[in-house]
Design a binder for this molecule. Structure first.
Ligand code: XBP
Ligand code: MG
Length: 259
């Protein structure tokens, strides 16, 4: 029925606005646990988001923002321990139902399920975070809707490298042209494009709205909903009020017709 077989979703910023009020306070709580006076403000965190992956972000912060910090001999172990604590805080927050899915996400997931469109995730974050977010913010059955969860350290190089999308495609056993990706950031877009996906929808958020989305099939402020029509930031999207499978199909056909 549709010209594509699978939807591949990014997680942070795309399925839910997890960064500012989810990951960021979890990092800060882990720093406090460890007796560190580091505190990532909303603005600083926006800058740090250029570095994908929590462990990589902590390392970057130490190198660039705390050059005088007397790092322990086992810096990798120190960062891994801090990051484990951070994941614990983040999972606690999710289990309290703290972070809702973005408008339209459940609608699109349900529609994909009804239409036998396959679902996958390609994300930089830790795998437990993905399952917990889907479970607590979507419903206990939602993690099982995803055939593939490609996440975190399963690949050596995180976004913007294409590795995580390559892994998702390999596990789906699909060509890039059979998929539509949904992302929220320039790093995510670059990762998807690098793996050969051309039908990439970007739904921006407060942290990513001014990034360079050259190459995206469409950039919008979200998936939209009954009382919240989609605002298009780049690309053409005439005739649709919200982004559903039919809209993605038209986007997918257009991208591949002009390729
Ligand atoms: C976003 C990220 C992640 C999260 C933190 O991933 O860069 O690093 O901020 O997650 P995506 P971890 O948009 O690809 O979902 O601390 O678990 O790495
Ligand atoms: Mg993202």
């Amino acid at each position: 029925m549709y010209g594509f077989e699978a939807l591949i979703f990014d997680v942070d910023g795309t399925l839910a606005d997890t960064e500012r009020d989810g990951h960021r306070p979890a990092f800060n709580a882990a720093f406090a646990d460890a007796g560190l006076d580091w505190r990532w403000s909303e603005d600083l965190y926006g800058e740090l988001l250029a570095v994908t992956g929590g462990k990589e972000r902590i390392r970057y912060f130490i190198e660039h923002w705390r050059p005088a910090f007397e790092a322990p001999a086992d810096l990798d172990g120190f960062i891994a321990d801090l990051h484990r604590r951070k994941t614990g805080h983040y999972l606690d927050m999710l289990s309290r139902g703290g972070i809702p899915l973005r408008t339209g996400v459940m609608r699109l997931l349900q529609q994909a399920r009804d239409a036998d469109v396959r679902l996958a995730v390609a994300t930089t974050t830790t795998p437990e975070n993905v399952v917990s977010l889907l479970e607590h913010s979507g419903g206990s059955e939602v993690p099982g809707w995803f055939e593939v969860i490609a996440a975190g350290d399963l690949v050596p190089a995180k976004k913007p490298a294409p590795d995580i999308y390559h892994l998702a495609l390999q596990q789906l056993r699909l060509e890039a042209s059979a998929c539509v990706a949904v992302e929220d950031s320039a790093n995510g877009l670059r990762s998807a494009l690098g793996a050969g996906l051309q039908a990439v929808l970007v739904t921006v958020n407060g942290y990513t709205q001014d990034e360079d989305f050259t190459g995206a099939a469409l950039v919008a402020d979200g998936l939209g909903g009954p009382d919240r029509p989609v605002r298009v930031l780049r690309g053409s999207f005439e005739g649709w009020d919200l982004i559903d499978l039919a809209a993605l199909d038209s986007l997918h056909r257009r991208v591949y017709a002009s390729a």
